[in-house]
Write a protein that binds this ligand. Sequence first.
Ligand code: HEC
Length: 309
Amino acid sequence: MENKNNFEDEIDFKNVAKTPLRWFGIVFPLFLVLIIAVGVYYVYNLQAMTLNSITPLPQDTTAIQTDIQMAKGMNVAGINLQQAAKPDDAKLAKGKELFLANCSSCHGNEGDGNGTAGQALNPKPRNFHAKDGWTNGRKFSDMYKTLQEGIMSRGMAAYEYMPPDDRIAVIHYIRTFQNDFPAVTPEELQQLDQQYNLTKGSNTAPQIPVKLASQKLEKEAESNMDKFKQVLSIVEQSSNPSAQLLNELGLEKERLLYTLVETDNWKTDRTKFVEAISSTIYNGGNESRLLSMTQEELGALQSYLASIY
Ligand code: HEC
């Protein structure tokens, strides 16, 4: 009789509900299992997570520059600066076209600094109708400098890959927004010429627009990933001793195989090879198998990998 009573006490769920401590007693083991499971999963996937965090490049926000022709690098041909500095209809038309394609998104079609892409910028894009507060200045040569060097810290990009003639044409067009821009003086032209070698022309490294550059990088990252996956599956299916050595490494293997995709010089250069693979050694506190390779194993690994990449 007494026993039966006790038994009923235990399963009286009304009572259990009234005492939270008992609830805790019942669900606690569940929580414990859950927490341990998540912890184990995390630790086992730590390396994979780091590997996966090779993030795609951020979206390019400078699409506005796409319409500018690439300067082919090497040779920026010299220009006749005296000639270029005199506005005429052809230059103004060209300047207007370039302005609308490349600048108006920020500076506005009317040059009042109200372009849609400039709304969020602080400071606002220059209003070309205003006379005060210019950072480099309103002179012809000041504007040339702005286009050459940009005012990066204030949101104005450099247009150094825009051919000098085109830059000057845009400046001529900007100067039509107001009729009292300072006149172009021979002194400033001379100084400009000296500073940027406009008459002589210059040899610069090839310059490509940011958008193109980042597209190229993105493509490269994608094809690296493809190659990595290919090599990984070869290694996983191979019975070659070097492949087996790699397979013993677990996740460290993926890091290694990905690193080797990025360069080629390790194929023939033992030092480079050792450098590359040592940068991938990480075995969560255990001694990596890579560290205990013999010279023969290392050589075999190098030639095996060179053969499959
Ligand atoms: C992404 C937006 C953006 C684009 C596109 C842009 N600008 Fe600007 N620009 C700015 C901002 C912002 C400023 C203000 C910088 C400052 O106040 O120092 C500025 C300032 C200027 C100035 C004045 C510099 C000074 O001395 O204060 C000139 C000249 C200029 N831009 C020309 C151009 C030309 C020409 C183009 C096209 C080839 C162009 N900008 C395209 C954002 C832009």
